[in-house]
Write a protein that binds this ligand. Structure first.
Ligand SMILES: [Zn+2]
Length: 106
């Protein structure tokens, strides 16, 4: 019984330590309070959008492309803003253009 508890504790410790190693989720660089796209270097613009219903799961390939090529699309999903009709998002115009081209090619 003691051994079982020890294993559970060990499992929890591994779980916690692997959480700490996850890469930072920061998607933009900040300079003097201004946010820039880390891919394109463009200043992020603000826009008010309606949170979209999340009806389809993004495919892994698209998710990877989004993170690497166009991380600042300024998407807002209703699931993240359940009580809001509109959300102010930051987006990079070059990211949106890259997203458009990527979708055209795939
Ligand atoms: Zn960008």
């Amino acid at each position: 019984m003691k051994r079982f508890n020890l294993l559970v504790l060990l499992g929890l410790l591994i779980l916690l330590s692997s959480c700490g190693e996850s890469p930072p989720t920061e998607r933009e660089d900040h300079f003097m309070g201004i946010a820039f796209c880390e891919v394109h270097g463009d200043e992020l613009l603000e826009e008010t959008v309606l949170p979209a219903p999340l009806t389809v799961e993004f495919e892994i390939e698209y998710q990877d492309a989004m993170e690497a090529l166009f991380p600042n699309l300024g998407l807002a999903f209703a699931i993240d803003y359940p009580d809001q009709d509109s959300v102010v998002v930051e987006y990079c115009p070059a990211c949106r253009e890259a997203n458009r081209l990527w979708l055209k090619e795939h």
